[in-house]
Design a protein around this ligand. Structure first.
Ligand SMILES: [Zn+2]
Length: 75
């Protein structure tokens, strides 16, 4: 599986998605002008690291495509 990171400037946050997530496939962003996509990342770990490296304050995982994996890791 490949992962992508969506960077959202207005909320100073990033969110990690799987490549097959609805949000990535359709490039959904609250404010497209202010959103950027980073990736691809080969693993969830590197995607999270890439998200941190953007310097945004919040790093989260999409609950739609990564909800199950997040639960497995106890996050
Ligand atoms: Zn997602």
């Amino acid at each position: 599986m490949t992962y992508y990171v969506n960077e959202d400037r207005p909320t100073n946050s990033t969110r990690v998605h799987r490549a097959d997530c609805y949000y990535y496939v359709h490039r959904v962003s609250k404010i497209p002008k202010d959103g950027r996509w980073h990736g691809p990342f080969e693993t969830l770990e590197t995607a999270l690291e890439g998200a941190r490296q953007t310097g945004r304050k919040h790093v989260s995982r999409c609950k739609i495509c990564l909800g199950q994996e997040a639960a497995n890791e106890g996050v």
